[in-house]
Write a protein that binds this ligand. Structure first.
Ligand code: GTQ
Ligand code: FE2
Length: 364
């Protein structure tokens, strides 16, 4: 290395940076700290969308926006304000509120992103997944794995609302989005004579695992396409009877393998006991929570989020999360943990004591 006077060296260095930029080369030493952070720095921020805000807007959309080919779905996506206008709940997860009015149908299509539905309110809708019509009731989980044809049919007279979770941002990041409309005849798959075929093919008893799943990782989605609230609630009750933990966690699993319901998404339900307060924990990967029954609070990186039925909130990767409730509360959660586990980058860290609360989130 030639030793030059400072100013000359500076000019030479500037010239080097210019010449590098001109030929599309980037010196790592100027960006290392941005790229290789000591711990994850997700752009998504902890956030909450309240049912009180979302539902009247969804009802206005039911009045104003028909569901038909082209638009395909009446869906309000949770757009995390940290993501610079990308319509995602977190860097890896799509989260949304979907609604259908009485007798409406959303046309059949299929795509590489996999989806899960978690029903909030209403009766009479079924989602047909590759020919199997899965009836939807509040608290049910319905799977639409990658490239399975799916349409939503409201055969009843009530409005129906459910949460959609998709791995869309992950599949987009992998540059692997494919989408096809159902070739017909008709916009929807024919209604089969019998509904809920996958449900009858998988006897109860193998649909849940308690606590964090560490089962075999398989790229296959669950052959069971619908998980009923009555079964989930019975599992939670049984779990609660045998434990005095403040937080009870259940994961829905593929009954054939014990693995997560989709290769990319893990789904679970948390029950916070009346008066319960969980220990704070950080996990890699993003999580979207959907409150179902009861009211409670979740502290995420020092900020307090208050929630009740139908509220949706996001804990970005490696945020410190602790839940509490004065009354018994059940919360659905979807995460990208299977992907992190498959890649060998899943981590969790228990924190020694409750977080210092620095503020309370005010939903819009
Ligand atoms: O219901 O098929 O929230 O394709 C986003 C994309 C729902 C669906 C979403 C979709 C769907
Ligand atoms: Fe879809």
């Amino acid at each position: 290395m030639t030793v030059l006077p400072a100013t000359e060296a500076d000019l030479a260095l500037e010239a080097l940076y210019r010449d590098l930029a001109a030929v599309d080369l980037r010196p790592l030493w100027t960006i290392t700290e941005q790229l290789l952070t000591p711990t994850p720095r997700p752009r998504a921020v902890p956030w909450l969308w309240s049912a009180a805000t979302m539902k009247p807007l969804a009802r206005r959309a039911i009045e104003l926006v028909p569901v038909e080919r082209g638009g395909e779905r009446r869906v309000l996506s949770l757009q995390n304000p940290g993501l610079g206008g990308r319509p995602y709940a977190a860097g890896t997860l799509w989260g949304a509120l979907q609604c259908l009015g009485p007798r409406e149908t959303a046309p059949a299509h299929r795509h590489t992103p996999g989806a899960i539905r978690w029903v909030l309110e209403g009766e009479g809708v079924w989602t047909t997944v590759d020919g199997d019509a899965c009836d939807m009731h509040p608290g049910d989980l319905v799977l639409t794995p990658s490239m399975n044809w799916h349409d939503h049919v409201n055969g009843g007279d009530s409005e129906m609302f459910w949460f959609d979770g998709l791995d869309l941002p992950m599949i987009e990041a992998l540059d692997s989005i494919f989408f096809e409309q159902y070739p017909g005849p008709g916009e929807n798959q024919p209604e089969p004579a019998e509904h809920n075929v996958s449900e009858r093919a998988h006897p109860p008893g193998t649909r849940y695992v308690r606590g964090a799943v560490d089962g075999p990782l398989t790229p296959a989605p669950s052959p069971l396409l619908v998980y009923r609230w009555a079964d989930t609630a019975a599992e939670l009750d049984e779990l609660a009877a045998g434990s005095d933990e403040p937080l009870l966690a259940l994961e829905y699993v593929n009954p054939a393998t014990g693995a997560s319901v989709l290769p990319t998404l893990s789904c679970g339900v948390l029950r916070i006991r009346a008066g319960g307060h969980s220990r704070p924990v950080r996990r890699t990967g993003n999580a979207v929570f959907v409150a179902f029954q009861g009211h409670g609070t979740t502290v995420i990186d020092g900020q307090r989020f208050e929630w009740g039925p139908g509220d949706m909130f996001v804990a970005p990767s490696w945020s410190a999360v602790e839940h509490a409730a004065d009354e018994q509360a059940d919360v659905f959660v979807v995460t990208d943990a299977p992907v992190l586990r498959a890649l060998g980058v899943y981590r969790e860290q228990q924190l020694p004591g409750p977080q210092t609360v620095t503020g309370t989130f005010r939903p819009r």
